[in-house]
Design a protein around this ligand. Sequence first.
Ligand code: DOR
Length: 477
Amino acid sequence: MAEVEAVVAPGETIAELDVTRAWLIDPASGREGPGEIVVEEGRVGAVTWLDGTEADGIAPDGVIVAPGFVDLHAHFREPGFEQAETIATGSAAAAHGGFTTVCLMPNTRPAIDEAAVLVAVGQAAAASGSPVRVLAYGAVTHGRAGEELAALGELADAGAIGFSDDGSPVRSAGVLRNALLYAAMLDLPIVDHPEEQGLTGGAEANEGLVATVLGLKGWPAAAEAAAVARDIAVLADVVATEPRARLHLTHLSVAESIDLVRRAKAAGLPVTCDVTPHHLALTDEWIAGARRYAWQAEGVNPDPWRDRALVAGPFDTSLRVNPPLRRPADVMACLAGLRDGTVDAIATDHAPHTRVDKDVEFGLAANGISGIETALGLLLEAVAAGQVPLGRVIAALTVGPARILGSRLPAPIGLNEGAPADLMIFDAGDRWEVNETSLRSLGHNSPLLGRALPGRVLLTVAAGRVAYLDEADPDRD
Ligand code: DOR
């Protein structure tokens, strides 16, 4: 049985941590297996890998130690929408989810389209007292309006980790082209939210059986695939003159997009992508009232009515999200992309919203799922179902995003002896209930409320300090 002994106080440098007979995962060194780890005064003292009889009985179904997760895509709503989330509450939620670094999207009010706003975000992060590292993207265009480029150089000097108009796509191919060129000179990526808005006006749910039966306006897969194809075509054009250009496509959700990225990568283009935990597990059937995961519904033409899979009421607005939840076949394609490395990272697109913005008709509800705390649990469901190896999931939450951030990530990933501890510990054999009390986020817009998810996070340590401690169990065995 693993033992976790710790002398810890939330917010403080971790005084002492001694984890014995646990399962360690270190994607930076490519190593995973039974082991022990000691942390002293905020630094990793020793990492010991066990083998032979010492390793007997230690499996990845109990206490697991991994590097702190990196979220490439989160919305903390400050400045402007602090009733939905603040940098302090978002950081607390991140730590509860095992994340020690978060990358915030600039669709705040004002948008992060000038250095002063980025500086204010950094100040709010420092004032929060949380050791979670808060990084931020600058907007690609002024006010994210898609017309004129923002002052990318000034944003980069102020610490922007890349540029995105997320919430919206970079609207025109011409603006995208210039953005890729300028960002390349700054050695930063353009992170695009691929959506051809000519196909999504008024769209409410993935185009298909569920949308048709529920009377919701369809959101075609082509809206995403067309944008992905456009972006890749523009990138191919730009790299011919500027080989440093880099494009990252965020929250991909359909099989066609994954295929396009797979082919672009095979052709040597500098494109990367991420998928959210919800697009790796949930499907549009949930809007009708099904609660089975994609792999439980897979079949040529799954039909939740015919399958008698409806167990909840329809139109839960916590399921309204952009891009929408898709068909089981799309989820399976995203999982295949994760397994074969086409998908570089899993990013939460944590999108907290107030009740006012969600307690309305389905099509009028704000898009988004509060997901930074439930990411690990959903992914462990996919692991338990044999859809993806645990080590691949942890890599896509750590070294995958770290590679995309490059030198903008302040500290290397890994269980590195002598380095400041940056890790998370969870119990894969324990479940926790998602509810309004257990969630640290102000956003309770989760379709998983009331559900017991696997993988209780016990401790998150960011930059040597305690970011989250499961108070119920500081000394467990
Ligand atoms: O569902 C979403 N919510 N998708 C986005 O692209 C934006 C995000 C938000 O800001 O709420």
